[in-house]
Design a protein around this ligand. Structure first.
Ligand code: DOR
Ligand code: ZN
Ligand code: ZN
Length: 424
């Protein structure tokens, strides 16, 4: 297969017109000119379109096993492919929780059966994510888990977290943390701020996140583990991570599109499609997250794709579960808001969604180079379309971005040279 006349990002971030040759699922050449034999082969015309390494999303919820009414590994994989993602890492807050080798293997088998994107399973830190007893890290690693996390809840005990980090460090595995001190949250559905005040709701304070970030940085320093912070949403967390990196502690971090684009002041009313954890914070926090992403304090962008059913989300702001879907809007949202407006270089956005996650999690993908797997995404930077949740491949329709007019839509996605999604 040859992808002809694609616009690709050059070393200095400039766009170059190239032909990409793919053989047996691997990129074998990136050329300026095709020879006669190549011209006669299987050609995909990419004139005027951007070709980038397949996007990588290191934080997603696929809901299987146990919550198939929200999403399955197959529907989630299709949604990812449609959003331009070729590798995704799924969280263990399933039912049963992914806390045993059997469930890790089940997730891998279902992903293979779906045959769409590469699915990397995380395993839980504690059994049933209850924070009481550690899982068997060595067995989970042997089964194929790529890291340990109790995402969905914070690990409340510092001793439990320290033990987890020590064992993970010994196995050369990362610990990935949902940072949340429950004693500071107590059932609040949104962040502290103007929206909570106006509607008489309890507010989630910034410290509930940052206290865990600070605690865990100290524990990472003590244990030497690779510590990765989930969905950073506060100014204080960004500051702590920046300082930790400066003194050489092995910490990396991620941020979600919604925390770069929305603040609690933007919540239009008591609509649970605006409810996620961590919550939308102040404008000041949004600016700090953007600054952190730009200076590399925040290494990567993830969606925290968290589908829920319409019935669950209809329970209202106080009772509905936390979470919004992310795959099918992430790239167009960030492209439209930050790149099309001239605030960010295109290469920065692409890097934070491809090469940087590959670097942080040591993946063999995320770059458009000879010898790399042909995990590729073709993007139309010009056509403007409205976000319409009814057209999502995901079972989830829970997004605050319905109706937004965006550019930068993926039009074709390949995994190991195989087309896994096309818009035509
Ligand atoms: O918004 C969220 N949704 N935050 C979490 O921590 C969990 C996730 C979910 O599983 O729905
Ligand atoms: Zn989380
Ligand atoms: Zn999550």
């Amino acid at each position: 297969m040859i992808i002809r006349n694609a616009s690709v990002l050059g070393k200095a971030g400039e766009l170059e017109r190239k032909h990409i040759v793919v053989e047996d699922g691997v990129i074998t050449a990136i050329k300026d000119q095709l020879d006669a034999a190549e011209e006669a082969g299987e050609l995909i015309e990419a004139e005027g379109k951007l070709l980038i390494p397949g996007l990588i999303d290191m934080h997603v919820h696929l809901r299987e096993p146990g919550f198939e009414h929200k999403e399955t590994i197959e529907t989630g994989s299709r949604s990812a492919a449609k959003g331009g993602f070729t590798t995704i890492a799924c969280m263990p807050n399933t039912r049963p929780v992914t806390d045993s080798p059997e469930i890790v293997e089940l997730v891998k088998r279902k992903a293979e059966e779906a045959g769409l994107v590469k699915v990397l399973p995380y395993a839980a830190i504690t059994k049933n994510e209850l924070g009481r007893e550690l899982t068997d890290f060595a067995a989970l690693k042997a089964a194929g888990a790529i890291g340990f996390t109790d995402d969905g809840v914070g690990v409340q005990s510092a001793q439990m977290m320290k033990d987890a980090m020590r064992i993970a460090a010994g196995l050369d595995m990362p610990v990935i943390a949902h940072c949340e001190d429950n004693s500071l949250v107590e059932g609040a559905p949104v962040a502290e701020g103007t929206f909570a005040d106006k509607h008489g709701l309890k507010g989630i304070p910034n410290e509930s996140e940052a206290i865990h970030v600070g605690r865990d940085i100290l524990l990472a320093e003590a244990t030497g583990v690779h510590y990765h912070v989930c969905h950073v949403s506060t100014e204080q967390s960004v500051r702590l991570i920046r300082q930790a990196k400066q003194i050489g502690i092995k910490v990396t971090a991620e941020v979600c599109p919604h925390h770069l684009l929305l603040s609690e002041e933007d919540i239009p009313g008591m609509d649970a499609n605006w409810k996620m954890n961590p919550p939308l914070r102040s404008r000041r926090d949004v600016e700090a997250c953007i600054e952190g992403l730009l200076d590399g304090t925040l290494d990567i962008i993830v969606t925290d794709h968290a589908p829920h059913s319409a019935e669950e989300k209809a329970k209202g702001m106080q009772l509905a579960p936390f979470g919004i879907v992310g795959f099918e809007t992430a790239f167009p949202l960030l492209y439209t808001a930050f790149v099309a407006t001239g605030k960010w270089d295109l290469s920065l956005l692409v890097q934070r969604m491809t090469a940087d996650p590959a670097r942080v999690f040591r993946l063999n993908t995320g770059s458009l180079t000879i010898g790399a797997p042909a995990d590729l995404t073709l993007i139309d930077l010009n056509e403007e379309k409205e976000v319409n949740p009814e057209t999502f491949a995901s079972k989830g329709r829970n997004t605050p971005f319905a109706g937004w007019k965006l550019k930068g839509w993926p039009v074709k996605t390949w995994v190991d040279g195989k087309e896994v999604w096309t818009d035509k």
